[in-house]
Design a protein around this ligand. Structure first.
Ligand SMILES: NC(=O)c1ccc[n+]([C@@H]2O[C@H](COP(=O)([O-])OP(=O)(O)OC[C@H]3O[C@@H](n4cnc5c(N)ncnc54)[C@H](OP(=O)(O)O)[C@@H]3O)[C@@H](O)[C@H]2O)c1
Length: 263
């Protein structure tokens, strides 16, 4: 996709007619772009912006939503009570049509992806699993019951192609790969249970491609410019994909362009 002007506007209609959207990790590179895209189009009654600071993106976009319709709530994936509390606040305003989990951890001041097994550490593995797999699972626990039953709804967590076991031909990045593989399994398992009570509900993982954010900054060398997406283009890809998903897709992992990634 060469253009940043992908028009996902008309495609959001059927999903958004019923109400509210929730972006978890709205402070991140992709999360902020998702909030801006949804707020500008004003297709949902409310867009909840969940992040550790509990704030909406700043500065606010020129938005069709009022300040109350764009609501910041605090959430920390390592504290289940904060996830529960945020879900309770969201539930007060009715059912949710769309949840996008845009949190994740690849590297920060405390850890970076392992090049060899000699770099494996219990702490780094545990942290990677906590943020990339356990946190999204707890988000699903508290937010899937809030999804709309009246029409199609989508719960999507940003995962990564490197979490595909069959696609792993280069090795390395142990903790991130393993945590995303765990996330992919959690999504498939959640999707099966969710479908029993929400026959029109869709629950998927999405690989956004390589996106120019803090998460990928140290690893962008060698990525062709046409394969390094801006957060805005990535948000457009994700929203188009979300719109095109059907219940037959539930449980799967999909790349930004809609192709299914094998586990
Ligand atoms: N960028 C890429 O090239 C790429 C490629 C493949 C997959 N992905 C996936 O896409 C997702 C979003 O990535 P990104 O590039 O937007 O990364 P990012 O800019 O680093 O954003 C990460 C987000 O995760 C949040 N987070 C981290 N720990 C948290 C915690 N304990 N509680 C609550 N929130 C927490 C951060 O919140 P704070 O602002 O509070 O730190 C931030 O909002 C991730 O799942 C990533 O694995 C990205």
């Amino acid at each position: 996709m060469a253009s940043t002007e992908i028009d996902h506007d008309h495609r959001l209609g059927p999903l958004s007619a019923l109400g509210n959207a929730v972006i978890i990790g709205s402070s991140g590179g992709i999360g902020q772009a998702l909030v801006r895209a949804l707020a500008v189009k004003a297709r949902f009654k409310r867009v909840y912006c969940l992040n550790r600071a509990g704030q909406t993106p700043s500065p606010l976009p020129q938005t069709g939503l009022t300040q109350t319709e764009l609501t910041g709530l605090a959430i920390d994936l390592t504290k289940e009570d904060s996830i529960l509390h945020a879900a309770e606040q969201v539930a007060l305003q009715g059912p949710v049509s769309l949840v996008l989990v845009a949190t994740g951890l690849l590297q920060d001041g405390e850890q970076s992806p392992e090049k060899t097994m000699r770099h494996l550490s219990s702490d780094a593995l545990m942290r990677a699993f906590q943020i990339n797999a356990v946190g999204p699972a707890l988000v699903a626990k508290h937010f899937l019951p809030l999804m709309s039953r009246e029409g199609r709804s989508v719960f999507a967590a940003l995962s990564a192609r490197v979490g595909s076991i069959s696609d792993n031909r280069s090795g390395g990045w142990y903790s991130y790969r393993a945590a995303k593989a765990a996330l992919n399994m959690l999504i498939q398992t959640l999707a099966l249970e969710h479908a029993r009570k929400f026959p029109l509900g869709v629950c998927v993982g999405i690989h956004p491609g390589t996106v120019d954010t803090n998460l990928s900054k140290p690893f962008q060398r060698g990525v062709p410019s046409e394969r390094l997406f801006s957060p805005e283009l990535s948000a457009a890809h994700i929203l188009r994909l979300v719109q095109d998903l059907t219940t037959a897709d539930s449980g799967g992992l999909f790349a930004w362009d809609g192709t299914r990634i094998a586990p």
